[in-house]
Design a binder for this molecule. Structure first.
Ligand SMILES: [Zn+2]
Length: 423
């Protein structure tokens, strides 16, 4: 008897559950919701290959690959996950109803979240949302696309998507480590010398003229470069950005748009030049095709060049197109040379060349990290001074003295003028 009552109870629960399920769909068609970042960069078009747009456009479009998408159908969640390579959700059965498409600047792929972009350090999400009342479709597939832009955070999100594409399709060391990188896209009240703030966190503020750094993709790439090298091999010491030269070409006294603690031509302790040079390199590497032999950098501070571009005391204003794939040789040409000094432009050019211009001898991010790790006594280089002689010896140790790969490291050091050593 008891058993039968239970059976009856289950049966009634079962049937009442059925009654709560929405009317069965007979739709044969599907809806798909897609998003593009409508990015705006004031430093695009200096000769680089990627994230550009024509002079007749005021923005560029990039599918929001790996951004987090969610779709509600009549208040029921029917999609929740990262957008695909076209910036789209999976296909959703095309019933009539109200569809709400939300896009969050959280970037995930293959079940791993790698970058979170927040407006500021309060870590509250900004998201985009579009609501559509759709009639339902009995045949075919219909795609609805939203272009998300006009705000600084959309431009930062475009760079995040771009780095994710490198990470997903090229080399996981574009975003090494397991926990996510964090970008504060529009941090208020921090005008001036801020950017990379340690660990995996980047804080983007306004420059001295009140423009969001979020609109400068080369700055975003630069600050992310600091976070990446911190994970890869530990950031060497910046030596308080002490400038050792009195030569104007080797200092930053001409810089007014941003902080003048350091600039791409200033001479510093060698490890400060390495750290900042790495950040320039990482950024340049994001936006240039590594196999076409040329790489341009849109420099975001004023640049001083003898005679030609600083006539009447006026310097090249940012963004300055700098062909850092060429042999810059700034320290050798303009500054007193020393084995304990360096210039970031020379180091940026060095890293780019050893990564991309050696064919089978190329040094991946992981290879470069290995050289640093060995140079720092098989441990992190965090806070260390790393001389050229240590790097040279490390390349020889890892690849074998006289091997073509070790030789490529040495030759590139000489070609780029970073090979100063007392040994
Ligand atoms: Zn930096």
């Amino acid at each position: 008897m008891k058993k039968n009552i239970l059976k009856l109870l289950f049966a009634s629960v079962f049937f009442s559950s059925i009654a709560l399920v929405p009317a069965k769909s007979y739709a044969a068609g599907t809806y798909r919701f897609c998003a593009n970042w409508a990015y705006i960069f004031s430093d695009k078009g200096v000769g680089e290959d990627y994230l550009t747009y024509g002079s007749g456009s005021s923005y560029g479009l990039l599918p929001a690959f790996t951004a987090w998408g969610a779709v509600n159908y009549n208040n029921t969640r029917v999609f929740n996950g990262p957008l695909d390579a076209n910036g789209c959700t999976a296909a959703i059965t095309a019933n009539a109803g109200t569809y709400t498409f939300m896009i969050y600047p959280r970037f995930s792929y293959g079940g791993t979240t790698k970058i979170d972009v927040y407006p500021d350090s309060n870590q509250q999400w900004t998201y985009w949302q579009t609501q559509r009342s759709l009639p339902g479709s009995s045949s075919g597939a219909t795609t609805y696309t939203d272009n998300l832009g006009g705000s600084p955070i959309a431009s930062v999100a475009a760079v995040a998507t771009w780095i994710m594409a490198w990470w997903a399709y090229n080399d996981v060391n574009y975003l090494p480590g397991s926990s996510p990188y964090i970008i504060y896209a529009t941090q208020d009240g921090c005008q001036g010398p801020t950017g990379y703030i340690g660990g995996r966190t980047v804080k983007l503020c306004k420059d001295n003229s009140g423009i969001w750094k979020a609109y400068r993709k080369f700055i975003i790439g630069h600050e992310m470069g600091h976070a990446v090298s911190d994970v890869l091999f530990g950031n060497p010491t910046i030596d308080n950005y002490t400038m050792y030269s009195t030569a104007a070409l080797c200092r930053c006294d001409h810089v007014t748009s941003s902080n003048n603690y350091h600039c791409i031509q200033s001479q510093h302790a060698i490890s400060a030049a390495e750290g900042e040079g790495w950040a320039q390199f990482y950024s340049m590497n994001l936006f240039n095709n590594p196999s076409d032999g040329s790489a341009w950098f849109g420099y975001y501070k004023e640049f001083l060049q003898n005679g030609t571009s600083c006539k009447n005391g006026t310097c090249w204003p940012p963004p300055v197109p700098l062909p850092l794939s060429l042999d810059v040789l700034w320290m050798n040409t303009n500054c007193p040379t020393s084995n304990s000094y360096g210039v970031e432009a020379d180091w940026a050019s060095f890293y780019w060349w050893v990564k991309n211009q050696g064919s089978s001898n190329n040094y991946s991010f992981g290879n470069i990290a290995g050289v640093y790790y060995t140079a720092c006594g098989n441990s992190s280089c965090a806070g260390d001074t790393v001389l050229w002689s240590s790097l040279r010896n490390a390349a020889n140790t890892i690849y074998g003295t006289g091997s073509s790969k070790a030789q490529f490291w040495l030759n590139t050091g000489a070609q780029k003028g970073v090979n100063h050593s007392t040994e």
